[in-house]
Design a protein around this ligand. Structure first.
Ligand code: FES
Length: 315
């Protein structure tokens, strides 16, 4: 955990604040790669994940920047930040963690799509792509230009590489099918509303493994009506517990007194990830990629379940 302090707050778009965080003791912060996020522990007890918009790579960096959009349905995270946070407020944050890494060496021609506040990890990736000489194109979209964070900075980039799309001015959403078919992309990296990401997923089913990478800010709603109970076995201690249909494996671990790290409890941040020793996971998370899910070796106990009657995990 890093004890940080808010060193700057700036409105950078309608309902979007840029926060700058520095170590409370003034020391350098761990470096981060584009796509990384930090868990922010708010004084009101909430923990939220925010992408770094200034991931500077290996080594260290003096400050982190995150951008926070006010969520109309906020449960106390973004609303608290917008209404209560002040310069000088101490905040505990995690070390950066990257579940949406840019694999620049694996691709030649990359399409970035950032919509709404989903522009935040994409903005960090674009900055890195420019430095690495990647052949990149960015589609940056929002409901209106006033709602797009980093509009000024993005407008200053190569106009041949940056396309803006504003739904209200252009009478509709980003034409994804045209965009995805418009060039022989080696990969697409996208972050934005669930509906847009679902549409990208549907349009790229024939793309090669690993060429479509997305980060979701909200967990997909999963139908829990067919959940069944199963036995969760902790390999190291030999303990076991029945996970009921109504609880998550993480809930069950806590019920048996096991303290296991967690943050989002929504299958988004990866903090609770464990290894699987035996059994077949029923993955419900947005952390593991398709290869990791297919391997059956990793498990996100805050949301995922078991396809059979018993799952043995490395705890
Ligand atoms: S606590 Fe965030 S993925 Fe499980």
């Amino acid at each position: 955990m890093i004890q940080a302090v808010v060193s700057r707050i700036q409105a950078i778009a309608r309902d979007v604040l840029l926060l700058e965080l520095q170590a409370a003791g003034g020391q350098a912060l761990p470096g981060a790669s584009p796509g990384a996020h930090v868990d922010v522990h708010l004084p009101n007890g909430q923990i939220r994940q925010y992408s770094l918009t200034n991931a500077e790579g290996q080594g260290t960096q003096a400050r982190y920047q995150i951008a926070v959009a006010r969520d109309a349905h906020s449960r106390g995270g973004s609303a608290w930040i917008h209404d209560k946070l002040r310069v000088g407020t101490p905040l505990a944050i995690s070390e950066p963690r990257n579940l949406f890494a840019l694999d620049a060496e694996a691709h030649g021609k990359v399409l970035f799509i950032g919509a709404g506040i989903g522009i935040t990890p994409i903005y960090a990736m674009v900055q890195s792509a420019r430095k690495s000489g990647l052949d990149w194109t960015l589609a940056a979209c929002a409901r209106s230009s006033s709602r797009l964070a980093f509009l000024e900075e993005l407008s200053a980039l190569d106009p041949a590489r940056v396309q803006f799309h504003f739904d209200l001015a252009q009478s509709g959403p980003l034409p994804l099918a045209t965009l995805l078919a418009g060039s022989p992309w080696d990969a697409v990296y996208a972050c934005g509303p669930a509906g847009m990401l679902d549409a990208i997923e549907a349009l790229t089913t024939s793309w090669s493994e690993g060429s479509v990478r997305m980060e979701r800010f909200k967990a997909e709603q999963k139908d829990a009506s067919a959940n069944t109970a199963f036995e969760l076995v902790l390999a190291r201690s030999g303990q076991s517990i029945e996970v009921s249909a109504a609880e998550s494996p993480l809930d069950a671990l806590e019920r048996m007194g096991v303290e296991h790290p967690f943050s989002c409890r929504e299958g988004l941040c990866g903090t609770c990830e464990v290894s699987v020793i035996d059994g077949v996971p029923d993955h419900r998370d947005n952390v593991l990629d398709s290869r990791e899910k297919a391997s059956g070796l990793r498990f996100i106990p805050c949301v995922s379940r078991c396809s059979g009657r018993k799952l043995v995990i490395d705890l």
